[in-house]
Design a protein around this ligand. Structure first.
Ligand code: ZN
Length: 437
């Protein structure tokens, strides 16, 4: 695929993935088109060398892999990690607020979004609901309201005269509930929300028991710039890295390499990764070990395989924005469309060390992909990624990289078309590399 085709595919992927649950379904669909089959953690596994598989844990984290024909103890695992979640707003358990002739939905803040960017957008809802079936079982279903449904109107400047001097500050409890309707009859408000879900999902309101629903922006992704060299959408952090990793693996050369290649996309990165399906939980370690044991690799050979393994932790990076020069480390300005960024931090907020860094540079050079190095300003605290925790848990050498982007954690982020293409190229080179570490 050309850079243009990859970007169009990415924008479509994001438009169809308004929640991590939807993102995982779309990854799964793509994998099935390439002959990957479903593994259930509750069942016994019988893996075949050369087989293609995926495992989903709790709907919003997925690990997919090719069981290599090359002995695992010779090649190790080649792992690409990323995350499916993005910061934003989630609907509360008792969401309906019926006052002043208006219905509003209460929300909780998930992770660290730029809240001001959620105002005056055409918002809607997507996620999963759980319900009781007619057979008395608990089941869940994805739900996606496609039309604009919700809004957080700004206060007019006439009532907030200093907004341009002081910035838009929103009280998280009082000033985030989202408008949905003029008031309905008082007695209806307790069942109102489940009835709304029934209309969309077809599941009877009185059977709906619980939900995890994201507020998302209905505006579709676009290309922009005089040469259409940039793109914008929600959730670039980190669905762009998920898409790049997936496209990189679904490549003839990688699939024919005989390597054990693995993609791991986790939910809950934005809130610290400590959960049943997060990168700081057992998911990756469980699956990596199970692959080895299901293929009759002995314990010592499994440990040898880990020692020979390599992980690329892909998460977006902060591109230089020239309107705000003082926010950046002057010698580490990373530019959009100048290639993937290697993230380095002395305090191991990023897992990169000089050997993993050098190896990534080597893969870039092998396929003529430019690269950049990023260090955060020393006087501003640095963010982190899933890299340090997965590396620590597995004992696998890791590098933290990612494409440069503007406005990280805004509801509308943007980045460069070329960079996405570059990242796919270098990740394919990494997966297909037959030189064991
Ligand atoms: Zn991220």
């Amino acid at each position: 695929m050309t850079a243009q085709q990859q970007i169009n595919d990415l924008l479509k992927f994001i438009d169809n993935s308004p929640s991590p649950y939807h993102a995982v379904q779309n990854v799964k669909k793509k994998l099935e088109g390439f002959g990957f089959t479903d593994l259930d953690e509750k069942q016994k596994w019988a893996l075949a060398a050369g087989g293609r598989y995926y495992v989903i844990r709790d709907g919003s984290s997925i690990i997919f892999f090719v069981a290599g024909v090359n002995p695992l103890e010779n090649t190790g695992y080649k792992i690409l990690g990323a995350h499916t979640d993005s910061p934003g707003l989630k609907i509360k358990p008792n969401p309906v607020n019926n006052s002043d002739d208006l219905l509003r939905l209460g929300v909780e803040v998930y992770g660290g979004p730029i809240l001001a960017t959620f105002t005056d957008r055409d918002l809607s809802l997507a996620g999963r609901i759980s319900y009781k079936t007619s057979a008395g079982k608990i089941a869940s279903q994805l739900v996606h309201f496609e039309q604009a449904l919700l809004r957080l109107p700004n206060l007019a400047i006439h009532m907030n005269r200093k907004v341009n001097e002081d910035g838009l500050k929103l009280n998280k409890q009082n000033e985030l509930p989202l408008m949905i309707s003029t008031m309905v009859e008082k007695q209806l408000s307790s069942s109102y929300f489940c009835q709304l879900l029934e209309q969309q999902s077809g599941i009877k309101a009185d059977k709906i028991l619980s939900w995890e629903l994201n507020v998302y922006d209905t505006q579709k992704g676009v290309l922009w710039g005089d040469q259409q060299q940039f793109y914008a959408n929600s959730q670039l952090d980190n669905l762009a890295s998920c898409h790049a990793g997936l496209q990189a693996m679904l490549n003839d050369q990688v699939l024919a390499s005989g390597n054990t290649v693995l993609g791991a996309f986790f939910d809950h990165e934005e809130i610290g990764s400590e959960s049943i399906k997060g990168a700081d939980g057992s998911f990756l370690a469980d699956i990596v070990q199970r692959i080895a044991f299901s293929m009759n690799v002995e314990k010592e050979d499994y440990q040898r395989a880990l020692a020979k393994s390599f992980m690329i932790s892909a998460d977006m990076a902060h591109a230089y924005q020239p309107n705000f020069p003082s926010a950046y480390e002057p010698e580490h300005k990373v530019m959009v469309n100048k290639g993937p960024v290697i993230k380095v931090n002395a305090n191991q907020r990023y897992s990169t060390e000089s050997i993993s860094e050098a190896m990534f540079i080597d893969w870039c050079e092998q396929v003529d992909v430019p690269y950049q190095k990023y260090s955060h300003r020393t006087d501003i605290p640095c963010g982190s990624t899933i890299g340090p925790m997965t590396s620590a848990k597995l004992g696998v050498r890791t590098v933290d990289i990612g494409n440069p982007m503007w406005a990280m954690h805004s509801i509308r982020e943007s980045a460069g078309v070329e960079d996405h293409f570059y990242l796919i190229k270098v990740l394919s080179c990494f997966f297909a590399d037959n030189n064991a570490f």
